[in-house]
Each structure stands twice: as C-alpha cells, then as structure tokens.
Design a protein around this ligand. Structure first.
Ligand SMILES: Cc1cc2nc3c(=O)[nH]c(=O)nc-3n(C[C@H](O)[C@H](O)[C@H](O)COP(=O)(O)OP(=O)(O)OC[C@H]3O[C@@H](n4cnc5c(N)ncnc54)[C@H](O)[C@@H]3O)c2cc1C
Length: 413
C-alpha cells in the first residue's frame, strides 16, 4: 500500500503531527523504533514534563539563542503556548502554571502528557519497534526501508529528534536521511547543558550547591553575555544561565576561548572599592566584610585563594585588595569542557532551516518531504521551549501535509 503520509519518530513532534493527520482523516502511519512512543517525554522536567510556558510569540522568540529564531514565527503563530495548553485541555489534561512561567500537567506525571497525545491517534496507525534505515524518493513516492520491512508513502515527515539522550531513541538518524536526500544539515552540538571546570573541581569544590542569582556570564574574548541564575557544582557550573550559555561556550572553546567571568556579588567594582576602603573598616577582617555581601563559603574561598588566610583590611596590599575586588566583581573561571552531545538536554544543529519553508516545514526543493522538532536546527532554553517547538512545528508540518493531500485528491477527481 502507498500511504498518503508516514511520520517517522514518535516523540512530541511526531505524536502531535499524528494527531493532526488523524483528525484530518489522512491515510498515514507513525513509525517508532522503540517499543513505546514518547520515551524522551517521560524524562522531561524531572519526569513532570514542563510542556510549555506562558510567553507570547514575540517573547518566546526573543528568548531564543538562535540567529535564525524568526523562522519559528509562523509555526508559533499557528500553534503557540496558549494553543498547547488548550490542546491538552481538550484531551482532558489540565496544565498548571508554576512560578507564573512554566506549565506542567496537573498530574505531575510526564506519562499523562504521552497519554493525552495518544488519545487523538488510532493505535493501528502506530507501528512500534520499527526503525527507519534508509529512504529514497523517486517518481513522487518515498521508499522506506526499516528493520521490519518496506513502506511507501507520498509525503514523509521526519521527527526523529537529535542525538541528545540516545538511550530513549534519539540517535541522530534524521541527519543521515536528510543528507541522503540531499538536504543540508548542520552537525549536532551540545546545548542546554553543564560545563566542566577543573579549577572549580580542584579549588572551589566546597562551593557546590551555592547559587549566584541574577548574574551576568561573559564569555571572555567574545561579545557574548548571558543573564540568569548560576549554580556551582562539584564538577563545574550549572544553573539556567550556564545551561543557556553552554552552546556558545562550546563554540568559544573550539576557538580556544576557554574563560568565562561573572560577578559573585551585586555591587559594581567602584561601589565595592568605596565600601572596602571606607573609614572605620580598616581594622576589620576582610572575611567578615565580604561575608556581608556574599555567602560565607564564597567569601572564604576568595580570601583563601588570594590571601591564604584572613587578614585585617589595613594589612592587605593594594594589589591583593584589587585581586579580591576583581574576583568578587568578575570571577574568572577556566572551562575545560562542555557536557557531551549525548548527555546534553538538547542539541543545536540538525536540518538546516534555510532549506525549509517556515510556513510548512517542508524542504524547499522536495516539497513532499518535511522535518519537524529537534531534528531541525531549532532549539530553545529550558522552560518548556523545546516541547513547544516540537509540538508546534510537528503540527504545522502535518496540517500542511493534510492540506496538500486534500488538494491532490481534488485535482485527481
Ligand atoms: C532529560 C531531558 C529533560 C527535558 N525536559 C524538558 C522539559 O521539561 N521541557 C521541554 O520543553 N523540553 C525538555 N527537554 C527537551 C525535549 O524533550 C526535546 O526537545 C523533545 O523531546 C524533542 O522532541 P522531538 O519529537 O523532536 O524528538 P524526540 O522526543 O527525541 O523523539 C524522537 C523519536 O524518534 C524516534 N526515532 C529516532 N530515530 C528513529 C528511526 N530511525 N526510526 C524510527 N523512529 C526513530 C525516537 O525513538 C524518538 O521516539 C528535555 C530533554 C531531556 C533529554
């Protein structure tokens, strides 16, 4: 049988696309290599799945770190964060707003997100344990070779995800299919992940668990800065600002720029200097002075690393005082590596979106071929952005597939 459409990959993009194809009565199949669909969804948001957030389309796009972020306007205008919430409500799953930003299912279980997505799909349309191995396109028909046999279809949507967390199925296969079909791709790289620093591990390990709120991370030697909360770990750095900066840090490391700097306190260098040299503080111990501005362990780490031991302010040389001020206002960390592609939460890279039509997610030079979700070079920070991108682009692709199949049917009558 020649199917009207085949969707390859049962993550949020493929499941949302299948919902749309089902509702439009399209003769389609969803091929999934695992023994169940949505395995990655189960891991998301600490197994609670941060499905989306409450940002408008403009705010959503502004929050992204990609040069080509405007590509997403059309998909999000068609199906944005509000539509995601309404979709799940229609399927019987309320999403609740947390911290006036992120939406999670009322059940606090990722499984209920998968269940809700499955409600709109006829189970006979899902073919499990079926891994696409290769694909060709000739005479307007896609020929798909899988481990379970051969399939044919008129429209093909690839939603196989990135290389992040291959244990749940996303092993980067989509890139291979794209390349084979002559579609440009950009190598996957880690994004939204931790960074490792021997300097922190060896000398500031006892800062583990300390958060620096609302700081600004600067990648030295570049104009790049990121703002947000930072967390010290036993191996290096984490927290939203580091996760968001990790993709840029990765690329900076490749160019030999391996240092980042961020303030440990909220005072400027000038304010701190005036504070430290003010009358009456000369005989105070530096540790106790710094402790009024930053957690005890941070103050202790700075004093130990620069002075060796606690001293009165009037016993500290000008040079050492300046070193302390610099460390507190622009603490410099040498980064040794960024977490691997496989262990990053998300990957940058994938199908080059300049080869896709943003109004349909189809390949400009092969209009019957579509890509959606993380297999494309579209990704966002943590906070429900990536689920939303997958759901929104999967839906856009499927609605366009349904439209063009209906048009073809009318033309052939
Ligand atoms: C630990 C973790 C936590 C996360 N938390 C959140 C969160 O809370 N909120 C958020 O917005 N984002 C989160 N993300 C990111 C989000 O999960 C992904 O961006 C999203 O799942 C991408 O959806 P997708 O449909 O494009 O791909 P995937 O979810 O990766 O799905 C791809 C599917 O394709 C299948 N497949 C792959 N190759 C083949 C093949 N050759 N043949 C057949 N099937 C194939 C895979 O088995 C898989 O089921 C998290 C990611 C991780 C790893």
């Amino acid at each position: 049988m020649i199917y009207d459409a085949i969707v390859v990959g049962g993550g949020p993009a493929g499941l949302m696309a299948s919902n749309m194809l089902q509702s439009q009565k399209i003769n389609y199949l969803l091929l999934e290599k695992n023994e169940r669909v949505g395995k990655k969804i189960l891991l998301t948001g600490g197994k609670r799945c941060n499905v989306t957030n409450n940002l408008s389309v403009d705010q959503f796009i502004q929050s992204l770190n990609m040069k080509h972020k405007r590509f997403l306007y059309h998909a999000l205008n068609q199906f944005g964060t509000r539509d995601v919430v309404d979709f799940f409500k229609e399927k019987g799953l309320n999403l609740l707003l947390e911290n006036n930003f992120k939406y999670f299912p009322e059940t606090h279980q990722s499984q209920s997100v998968v269940d809700a997505l499955l409600k709109g799909i006829d189970s006979n349309r899902i073919v499990l344990t079926t891994s696409l191995k290769s694909v060709t396109y000739e005479n307007e028909i896609f020929e798909l070779e899988t481990n379970q046999g051969h399939y044919q279809c008129k429209k093909l949507l690839i939603t196989t995800g990135s290389k992040a967390y291959p244990s749940v199925g996303s092993s980067g296969d989509g890139i291979r299919f794209a390349q084979f079909l002559g579609v440009n791709t950009i190598p996957f790289t880690p994004a939204e992940t931790y960074v490792y620093s021997d300097q922190i591990k060896d000398h500031f390990r006892f800062w583990q668990g300390i958060a620096i709120e609302k700081t600004t991370v600067k990648i030295l030697g570049t104009p790049i800065t990121h703002h947000g909360d930072l967390l010290f770990t036993h191996f290096g750095l984490s927290g939203p600002v580091i996760l968001h900066a990790s993709e840029d840090i990765y690329h900076a490391l490749l160019k030999g720029k391996n240092q980042i700097a961020f303030p440990l306190i909220h005072q400027s260098e000038e304010e701190l200097r005036s504070f430290m040299i003010q009358k009456g503080l000369e005989k105070s111990f530096i540790l106790q002075v710094i402790e009024t501005l930053t957690p005890h362990k941070v103050a202790q780490g700075i004093v130990q690393s620069i002075l060796g031991s606690n001293k009165r302010i009037n016993e500290i040389s000008k040079k050492d005082l300046q070193l302390i001020i610099s460390a507190l206002t622009a603490f410099t960390v040498k980064i040794d590596r960024v977490e691997s592609i496989e262990r990053a939460f998300v990957n940058a890279g994938g199908v080059d979106v300049s080869t896709l039509d943003p109004k349909s997610m189809s390949v400009k030079k092969i209009p019957a071929l579509y890509f959606a979700g993380e297999v494309t070079d579209l990704q966002g920070p943590i906070g429900g952005f990536n689920m939303t991108i997958a759901l929104s682009t999967g839906r856009l692709a499927a609605s366009h597939i349904a439209e063009s199949i209906k048009k073809d049917r009318l033309e052939s009558v």
